[in-house]
Write a protein that binds this ligand. Structure first.
Ligand code: SF4
Ligand code: SF4
Length: 539
């Protein structure tokens, strides 16, 4: 990772327009701004073409000899398969409404990070290859030829897009640049232009069930550690079950939650909640990843990794699936599952065994988000919660792009949060809910070598966070996405030091009051509760 410049320097973004026409500006691969290519053995495992060692900083990218034909044929195939692509290629009027809406443009000032221009990188080839008039008029009509510099530019800028869809919100024609990025990545995969931080997690998900490649016994061992920690904090021994056939519910969450802070505390919150409700729920090491890394590659892998979860639900004979605090799992579920692998008719429409609420919204997917399940419990008075267990917290809410813009969860998480903390403040309205700003690490960009660009992309979110930190004393940002939980602590340390990041069910787990429980002195992080600091040492 390159040494980071201080925030004052990164904030000083140059928004001036380059003097040369954009087609003449070559991409510059500087450390910190691109992700490392896919490793040959991972490409081989995934059956992807052109496995080789190569570097974006070298002139020769070792493309296959027929790469132009492959791209042309692939583009033609995708245009035939997805009407949306054809519409997106044809209907942009270059009004510029999306131009300043991308966090990577705001943080870098690079015009090719304007969504309109990012899409133009592909559109110019569409015009040059597939439209007669533009083919003849060439540059005058915004068309260009398929040269190596073009695919180098694609690699730079389509891997500088987190597929967050913020830009699409402002487009009067509904052009979804995230989908353009998705399809551009599909094309690049066909000639071996991909990044390892997407491919390796996807390969691991396929092989072991989770993106980290954790083997079943290790997954169980890690869960046992967290069960021990819960006992230390609460005095309760929770007993999660694995691969239990005939359980009512299969629970699937991002594997990042079992592996690292702060996700592990959210994971402990899940375990406590299920124990509190005596929920008939099983875990699976085969479906031990909610995140869909295939959705950063192409439709084939997105479909396969989504199908894996449903295959496990079928094998176990559960009634329905509850999913944990994940981001892209929900985007895939809400936007693609039904036409890709659905409807999941072998499962039942989710019905809360505690409140009797039937989740009609999940009629075809048969899968609900834990946040809607928990909000329903609170609304029906089924949870005894003690906000003072989270005393000292002034919280704000980060709407994760995939669960908010991609799924519509705006009110449920805020409702849960307001029921478990004493103080809650939203960030400025133009940075939340539908208009939320990305963490900068989505769509496979949460890797170490990309840190500078990710922090640049994190500027708008960091700026809004700093505002509520300074104005209202916000010291905690909560969210329901594992990539956010991995990315936001670094973002907060850089742009708003002193703010910590939590998952929502960590705070729920802290606040849950069990009948006849032992008095708690610590939260799930094993920090003393306010007023009890140092009490153990004094005894
Ligand atoms: S989808 Fe998000 S990251 Fe991609 S161009 Fe649009 S705003 Fe930028
Ligand atoms: S807002 Fe839509 S139509 Fe306007 S420039 Fe952006 S993509 Fe094109």
């Amino acid at each position: 990772m390159s040494k980071m410049a201080p925030p004052e320097e990164l904030m000083n973004v140059n928004y001036s327009t380059p003097s040369e026409p954009w087609m003449d500006v070559r991409p510059e691969f500087k450390p910190g701004t691109f992700s490392y290519p896919g490793k040959p053995d991972v490409l081989k495992y995934l059956g992807l073409p052109n496995p080789r060692d190569w570097s974006p900083t070298e002139e020769d990218w070792k493309l296959p000899p027929d790469w132009r034909e492959t791209i042309r044929d692939g583009f033609r195939e995708l245009l035939g398969k997805y009407r949306s692509l054809k519409v997106f290629m044809d209907c942009c009027v270059r009004c510029g409404a999306c131009a300043d809406k991308c966090h990577f443009y705001i943080g870098s000032g690079d015009p090719k990070n304007m969504p309109v221009l990012r899409a133009e990188l592909l559109r110019s080839i569409y015009r040059g290859e597939f439209t007669v008039a533009a083919k003849i008029l060439g540059k005058l009509a915004g068309a260009r030829k398929l040269e190596e510099d073009v695919v180098k530019e694609w690699f730079m800028y389509f891997y500088q897009c987190t597929q967050c869809r913020r830009c699409s919100l402002y487009c009067p024609y509904g052009i979804d640049t995230a989908e353009i990025t998705f399809l551009a990545r599909d094309l690049m995969n066909r000639i071996g232009l991909n990044i390892n931080w997407i491919l390796e997690p996807a390969a691991n998900c396929n092989r072991t069930g989770n993106h980290l490649g954790i083997q079943p016994h290790a997954f169980k061992d890690m869960m046992d550690f967290l069960v021990d920690d819960i006992e230390t904090v609460t005095g309760r021994r929770v007993e999660p079950s694995f691969h239990r056939k005939g359980a009512e519910i299969l629970f699937i969450t991002p594997s990042g939650d079992i592996f690292a802070e702060p996700g592990i505390y959210t994971f402990m919150g899940y375990l406590l909640l299920f124990d509190y409700l005596d929920l008939d729920v099983t875990w699976s090491t085969y479906a031990s990843e909610g995140g869909n890394f295939g959705s950063f590659m192409n439709d084939k892998w997105m479909k396969k990794l989504n199908a894996k979860m449903y295959a496990e639900a079928k094998r176990l004979g559960v009634k329905y699936i509850i999913g944990g605090e994940c981001g892209h799992m929900w985007r895939v579920l809400n936007q693609f599952m039904d036409t890709m692998n659905g409807p999941a008719d072998f499962l039942e429409v989710p019905k809360s065994p505690i409140t009797g609420t039937v989740f009609e919204n999940a009629k075809s997917t048969k899968m609900i988000h834990l946040v809607e399940f928990t909000a329903d419990l609170i609304k029906n008075g089924k949870l005894k919660l003690d906000k003072s267990r989270n005393a000292g917290i002034t919280a704000t809410w980060h709407d994760s792009c995939n669960t908010s813009r991609g799924m519509g969860f705006f009110d449920e998480p805020r409702y849960v949060l307001e029921n478990v903390v004493e103080k809650f403040v939203d960030m400025p309205s133009q940075t939340i809910r539908e208009q939320t700003f990305c963490c900068g690490g989505g769509a496979g960009l949460n890797n170490g070598e990309f840190t500078e660009m990710r922090l640049r992309g994190g500027l708008p979110r960091g700026n809004a966070l700093k505002y509520v930190q300074e104005k209202f004393g916000v010291n905690t940002m909560s969210c329901i996405c594992a990539i956010d939980r991995a990315t936001l602590p670094g973002l907060a340390d850089y742009w708003a030091p002193g703010v910590k990041v939590t998952g929502l069910h960590e705070l729920v787990g802290n606040a849950l009051v069990f009948e006849g429980e032992e008095e708690r002195t610590m939260n799930l992080r094993q920090e003393d509760l306010p007023g009890l600091e140092g009490s153990e040492e004094e005894e």
